[in-house]
Design a protein around this ligand. Sequence first.
Ligand SMILES: [Zn+2]
Length: 697
Amino acid sequence: MFSRTLLVALMTLPTFAADPVTGTNPFFTEWTTPFGVPPFASIQEEHFLPALKEGMARQKREVAAITASKEAPTFQNTVVALEQTGQFSDRVMSVFSNLVGAETTSKLQAVNREAMPLLSAHRDDIQFDPILFQRVKAVWEARASLKLEPDQVRLLERTYKGFVRSGAALDAAAQTRMRAINNEQSRLGVDFGDRLLKATKGFSLVVTDAKDLAGLPEGTRLAAAAAAKKAGQDGQWLFTLDGPSIWPFLEYAQNRELRRRLLTGYLERCNQGGDTDTNAIVSRVTALRAEKAKLLGYRTWADFVLEENMAKDPKGVYGLLDQIWKPALEVAKRERTELQAMMAKDLPGQRLEPWDWRYYAEKVKQAKYDFDEESVKPYFAIDAVRRGAFTVATKLYGLSFSEVKDIPIYQKDVRCFEVKEADGRHLGLLYLDYHPRPGKRGGAWMSSYRSSWVKDGKRIDPVVVNVCNFTAPSGDRPALLTSDEVRTLFHEFGHALHGLFYAGRYRGTAGTPRDFVELPSQVMENWAMEPEVLRLYAKHFQTGAVIPDALMAKMRRAATFGQGFATVEYMAASLLDMDWHTLTDTKPVDTASFEKASLAKWGLIAEIPPRYRSPYFNHIMGGYAAGYYSYIWSAVLDSDAFQAFKEKGNLFDPATAAKFRAEVLSRGGTEDPALLYRRFRGADPKVGPLLEKRGLK
Ligand SMILES: [Zn+2]
């Protein structure tokens, strides 16, 4: 997943003399930390609101200076000037939004509740400023005669369309309604996040009898014992909805009733009434989006969103999903038959249920491929895997990585690495925050503390972060990752490289469409599991022995099993997202019945729940609304892109890597992504390599 702060950026930051109000607030001073990173230790929760308010006030003054100009509007005095506003806010927001996601507290949540509607109104004030819009529009209309470079055309187009898409061209009544919708959405978004965190962290399954641990790997038992001890329940075992706890339990615990309870806890999150229920929020948000789309002249929210993506419209998305859904569902049904047969040996006559799927899938893997996922974990100690990802970047792009010890961090387990080019030049910093905590939301994502662009002729060096929820170390055992976690580590690292490599001069052209942004991340996953690459990093955490070829071969064969399940559970969520956002109804609908009807329509089988159900579908409450399909869209791209290396017979082919960096990774959104891709590959992407990779052909 990829996240990015929303504010547009701005102007040189002056240094301030201490002021009685703001004197100790670090956001009002220049940061003298190494590489100018945020001075986390001196940033307190109460610093954010005054700093955010100051940021908004400054951006208002900066915008006013543009609109007060007596000069005729030009690309420079309007579009570039506007893109450079808001820099003070941006510095505050990057710290704030990152901490709200990764290390939140009740105080920060309270600030978030107060700040989000203010920021929404602030953005509306700018987008609905009629003089500003007229100036931007004048530049847009003169674009053919301006002799702009391609990235400038892109910035102009994004700026102009940004105004129109926000409602700048609407009449006053419609704008008033847009403001109200934006305000309500911002409050609902915060509320959703708070409820989801509370529901996720509020659930636990406590095991009091060691017999109920039967089947569980030692590492999982140790981690559960440590979690119980931490919660004051020494001598028991505590399981949670965090990935490293729930998934191994569902894969290995023999106790079927406990598997049922844990999975049900997961699937019923935010769906049980009370102060963690989100059903009303989900249905209200989707209704508001439908209304907003209508106000802007679109049929549905998906039509509005997709116009900016590679897929272009709902037909484009459904068209791709359709090509993959049917074969995937067939494969999943065949898998179901195998699992049911395996289950019949234990429990004759019983029907396979969702909480049995992962458990019997492991059993089939062991029987059919003689492969146990646990057997590879000792080769996937987290540091080894991280070094593996670094090594791939070194071999492809010549980068080097060195840990920076004396630098501010926001939590004691966070680590920071300096990334350098082959010639030794500083490229940027990469923070790594790998394990679950009570104040961290679920999942994995990449974000930035500082984005790259060119300010006054000088490159701003980026500071990026990977936040994940991987298996934690326990006792003297390092964190040993599952192969899924290994892929996720490479994935988020791929997003990080994309952020580090951006070489555009404008901040406003850094972002890429949602269905392209998963290409740089997912393509890295291809390297993770190649034998040649595994030999470089997959070394036993105790003996240092390289992963044996036979084990590797078994793992790769076993990986083709379960692709039906993985593709179907993901695609079911994608279809659900699309169905929500092609609603034309502007009245809230009942979430549960909508979801049920949607999934039934697609023929999803009862044994596979969608990867996310509506009440906890965090992606679509944020920037992946009508965008969750992006992973499979990008998967077509990443499989096809990786094929370019394979065709060369060298996974690290220097010319292909250089081209990939030059045409894709460093380009951000400076041009149409379809064009960027074609320049790299010499052709449009094809769906074949993906279907083949997943055994869906
Ligand atoms: Zn991602």
